[in-house]
Design a protein around this ligand. Sequence first.
Ligand code: UDP
Length: 337
Amino acid sequence: MSHFLVAGGAGYIGSNFIKYLMDTSDHEVTLLDNLSTGRSEVVESLKGRYGSRIVFLKSDLGDPEKLHPYLHKRAVDGVFHFGAFSLVGESQYDPMKYYYNNVARTLSLLKIILEHEIRHFVFSSSAAVYGIPEKTPITEEAERKPINHYGKTKAMIEEVMEALSGREDLVYASLRYFNVAGTDEEMLVGECHDPETHLIPIAVKTALGLRDHLALFGTDYPTPDGTAVRDYIHVTDLCRAHWAAFEKIRKENEPLTVNLGSARGYSVREVLETVQRVTGSRFRILEEGRRPGDPPVLIASSEKAGKELGWKAERSLEEMVTSAWDWEKKRSEDGLL
Ligand code: UDP
C-alpha cells in the first residue's frame, strides 16, 4: 500500500482520479486543495465513501508553511498534480492568475517535494502546449508553440521538469490531455465548473432546458463541416492512463511525455448531433463567430501512449455524452442546478 499526494484533488479530473485509485487499489491519498475551484461536496463525497483512506489537506498548492510540516510527518510515495486553472479565455485577460498559480505555485510544490525526497511526479499537461499544430495527428515530437497563456503555463512547467530531471532527481510524467469529458460510472464526483465553458457539459445542460440555446463558435474553419475538430476522451480512460504512467516512471525512473487522446476527431457539429440523439432533445443551436484562441483541429497521435503505457482510450463519444447527460440529470433531480 502506498500513499500519494493528489494536488487539486477536489477538482473535476483530480477527484475522478482519486475515485479511480480508491476503487482499483488499496492505496491512500492526501487530497490537497484550496477549494478555490475544487468543491467541498466532492471532498465530502470521497471521504464519506472511502473514509480514512483519504486525508484532506486544505492548502494552496506549494505552500511551504503547510506542506513542510505535513510531509515531515507523512511519508508520500508520489505526487499527482491536477491543481491548475484551466480556462483559456480567462488566461488571456488575467495572465497573473495563471502564471502565479499554474507556474509559481507549481515550482514551489516541486521544490518542496524534492526536499522531502519525493521524486515521482505526474503532471497534468495539455494539448494547448502545441498551439496550432503543423501536422495532424499531433505527435509528442511536435514543437511546443502555445498560443494562449494557459498553454504557456503548461509548456513552462514541462521545461522546468526537463531541467530538473536528472539534475534534481525528479522523475516526471507529463500527460498532455486532449478534450476530457464524462464522469465516473457511479456519479460520485462528476464534473462541475463555474462558469462552464466546455462543449459537452454546456450541450447537455441545454438539452435539459437549463439554457435557452447553445452558441456554436465558428462555422468557417477549414474542416469538412466548417466547425472545429477535437479529440475527446472519457475521464475514466484518462484516470487509467495516470496510473499506468505512474507505474511506468516508478519502474523505469525515466521521464515520460505522452499525449492522452483517442486519435479520432469529432467536429462540434458531430458532437452536437450525438448530444441531440442521446438526449432526444432538439435544442436550439445559434451559429456565432470563432472563439478567440481556438485552433481549427486538435487530434492526438496515441501511438506513444499505446507503446509506452499499453494504454488506449476505450470509451466512445456516445459513452462520454451519456455519462455527462446522466450526471446533469442527477444533479437536476437532486435540485442542485
Ligand atoms: N464550443 C462551442 N460552443 C460552446 C463551447 C465550445 O462551439 O458553448 C466549441 C469550441 O469553440 C471548440 C470546441 O467546442 O471548438 C471544444 O471546446 P471546449 O471548450 O469544450 O474545449 P477546448 O478544445 O477549448 O479545450
